[in-house]
Write a protein that binds this ligand. Structure first.
Ligand code: SF4
Ligand code: SF4
Length: 444
């Protein structure tokens, strides 16, 4: 075990290092494997993360079944098996690891996995299926053509077609696949030009929505609910004239050049909106995290990236700020009762606290029961043939907590996690997004 005798933990706040993906050593396989061996060895001696996901059990099984029962007994080729199971939720870094920087052991497990994915992608590319699943811009554009959206939605509900998709396309037949709407958010959004911004101490009182691929094409009603809630609070709303995927699905594949291309489209437009006085809000935690954390770590010297980082908010973070500024309406006319609330990993990583719970609890006679565990969805992990069953196993404790809550509603800030819970419950109930619940409580 590496470095026994070193102090455990650190009193200083964690500092995440930039990704350094342009450095010559970043894509050097020997250098990567040396770092993987170093960190795997620390993890083997620690094992705190065993219950978080399937990456750690995979690593520990490999070690325990090796001849030496140490990391040096694990075949280098098998290192990739650990990498494959990491979907970059960041929970190990955020909630468990005492060895994150500035600790001298400098363990950033998710970013090491990301580096490994990037090295693998650069050398081997990826499958057609993975390219399709991560190309949310293209799939969204095609899937929102009216006749095609009907066809896809029908096919997704057809058992024989789903069996075929599993056999040929590697998409698990039991995975919940998103619906496609031809009337996308970007097609139907209309700004209410009569509203005037009312700035607070921190918020500027007018919001540009980053529509997100998912809430543009798959569940535009979530963005509609966001607009309704903001406008009910007299906040003018707009959106960027053009938008690409935030890049998170490409990041998870290790395709960093594709992330950079998406950033080159999104950042100038969003930075311009910030210059014009708009705050930015996105309804999918992973997309907001991309702008708050991943892009700033990939492009630490980019002034516009930093500008967007400082101006982008989770919707409930924004609403709670408005509440603190005395500018949030609390004239709710419906109660929600009991709400089982799954706290999405990529929202936890934003370190904003449980702002969704805090806002929902402003609603009279509303009790929010938080469930702080990973749902195992990750956007694409749960739909892949080889990972679906494991993803449902990861989801099981969340599903059980939701069941035990006997709540009137269940919800997650991540719409895909909501559907993962629905898939685990299989009782005909549907998740409701927290923005939809808030809109319901306002009675608007
Ligand atoms: S980032 Fe998430 S999925 Fe990856 S190893 Fe850590 S806990 Fe597991
Ligand atoms: S990531 Fe950190 S906490 Fe988790 S097993 Fe490795 S060393 Fe331990």
């Amino acid at each position: 075990m590496a470095g026994s005798g070193h102090r455990e933990g650190s009193l200083e706040a964690p500092t995440r290092h930039p990704l350094n993906w342009k450095d010559s050593t970043f894509h050097d396989e020997d250098d990567l494997f040396a770092e993987l061996e170093r960190v795997y060895d620390i993890c083997h001696g620690c094992r705190r993360c065993v219950s978080l996901c399937n990456a750690f059990p995979t690593l520990f099984d490999l070690v325990d079944e090796s001849d030496t029962m140490e990391v040096d007994g694990v075949a280098k080729d098998d290192y990739w098996k650990v990498v494959d199971h990491c979907y970059l939720c960041d929970l190990c870094y955020l909630t468990k690891c005492p060895y994150v920087p500035p600790h001298e052991w400098n363990v950033d497990f998710p970013h090491l996995m990301l580096r490994a994915k990037a090295v693998h992608f650069k050398k081997h590319g990826t499958s057609v299926r993975n390219r399709m699943l991560s190309n949310t811009d293209l799939v969204g554009r095609i899937g929102s053509i009216p006749v095609i959206s009907q066809g896809i939605n029908a096919a997704n509900n057809s058992k024989p077609v789903r069996k075929l998709m599993q056999a040929v396309g590697g998409v698990h037949s039991e995975a919940t696949l998103p619906r496609f709407e031809s009337n996308t958010f970007r097609k139907h959004f209309q700004a209410n030009d009569s509203l005037q911004a009312d700035p607070g101490e921190r918020t500027r009182g007018k919001v540009a929505i980053f529509a997100t691929c998912y809430c543009n094409v798959n569940e535009p009603h979530i963005n509609d609910d966001l607009v309704a809630v903001l406008e009910h609070n007299r906040i003018p709303v707009t959106m960027a004239p053009k938008e690409r995927c935030c890049g998170m699905p490409k990041l998870e594949l290790g395709d960093l050049e594709a992330v950079a291309r998406a950033k080159d489209v999104n950042i100038p437009q969003l930075a311009k909106l910030v210059d014009e006085g708009w705050d930015i809000v996105g309804a999918v935690p992973s997309c907001v995290l991309m702008f708050k954390q991943e892009l700033p770590l990939m492009f630490p010297d980019d002034e516009d990236v930093r500008k967007v980082q400082e101006a982008i908010y989770d919707p409930f973070e924004y609403l709670m700020l408005r509440h603190r500024e005395g500018k949030l309406r609390t004239d709710f006319n419906q109660t929600l009762g009991k709400v089982a609330y799954h706290v999405a990993c990529h929202q936890r990583v934003q370190k904003i606290g449980m702002k969704t719970r805090d806002v929902l609890q402003l609603i009279p006679k509303t009790e929010v029961v938080p469930v702080e565990r990973c749902s195992g969805h990750d956007g694409t992990y749960a739909v892949k043939k080889e990972f679906h069953e494991i993803s449902m196993k990861i989801a099981r404790p969340v599903v059980n907590r939701v069941k035990e809550a006997h709540a009137d509603h269940y919800t997650s800030d991540c719409p895909m996690a909501g559907h993962q819970i629905e898939n685990g419950l299989r009782d005909g109930s549907k998740p409701e997004h927290p923005l939809s619940l808030l809109r319901k409580a306002y009675g608007i």
